[in-house]
Design a protein around this ligand. Structure first.
Ligand code: HEC
Length: 201
């Protein structure tokens, strides 16, 4: 049986049907479907977070902590070591920003931040970032969504928890000389991913 969006909704059966209604705003037949900023941010974050988790668990944690064949270091070139998970994330974000400049329809930025940053540059700067990081630390498992105006442009801003998913996350931060916090445990919210999408075209 072919399930139309309407019938699936009426049955209230599938998660994807619910996601469809929140993600696709256009309803007119023949109209180009548009996606809400929240749905776009959620999808982007799912990809980022999954890649980050896999890199940490299957590469860094396995080779550094379990098999002890290589280290992970900020100075990965000099030390012939693995790139840190946060560096992997930032290099990706920088390449995205550069490539997005040439694409008219692609306009978003993202960063990894924390209220307890090893690198002070990763501390929150805007009020929305500060409130969002505090919110996700206080409300485990929840995301934070808001709007903010920066430099005359209105943005949709989402903040997602960045969780210590592998033992190596926790041990490296707790032992790092520049870390302002040393009591992280596995599963703790260690920071957050901020995704920002401009709302004015
Ligand atoms: C081997 C050490 C190491 C490992 C493993 C590691 N980190 Fe980090 N992390 C760092 C360093 C160093 C920075 C600062 C990097 C920079 O210069 O931006 C950082 C940055 C971060 C930041 C941005 C705020 C800050 O502290 O500067 C967050 C959030 C973060 N890490 C969480 C995690 C999580 C979660 C994991 C596991 C998925 C993880 N880290 C694994 C060392 C590590």
């Amino acid at each position: 049986m072919k399930i139309t969006r309407k019938s699936a909704l009426a049955l209230g059966t599938t998660v994807s049907a619910v996601a469809l209604t929140t993600a696709i705003a256009a309803t007119e037949p023949g109209a180009t479907p548009s996606i809400t900023p929240k749905a776009m941010a959620d999808a982007l974050h799912l990809v980022m977070d999954s890649d980050r988790t896999i890199y940490t668990q299957k590469i860094v944690n396995r080779l550094v902590k379990k098999e002890k064949v290589i280290t992970a270091s900020e100075h990965f070139e000099d030390d012939k070591a693995l790139v840190l998970p946060a560096q992997m994330f930032r290099f990706g974000a920088e390449l995205v920003a550069k490539r997005a400049e040439k694409l008219d329809d692609v306009n978003f930025t993202y960063s990894l931040q924390s209220l307890w940053p090893v690198n002070k540059q990763n501390a929150p700067k805007t009020d929305a970032e500060k409130t969002g990081l505090q919110f996700i630390a206080d409300n485990k498992g929840k995301n934070y969504y808001t709007e903010e105006t920066l430099g005359g442009t209105r943005y949709f801003t989402a903040v997602y928890p960045d969780v210590g998913v592998a033992p190596v996350c926790v041990s490296c931060h707790n032992e790092h000389k520049d870390s302002p916090r040393r009591d992280f445990k596995l599963g703790d919210v260690m920071g957050g991913v901020v995704i920002r999408i401009p709302l004015d075209s």
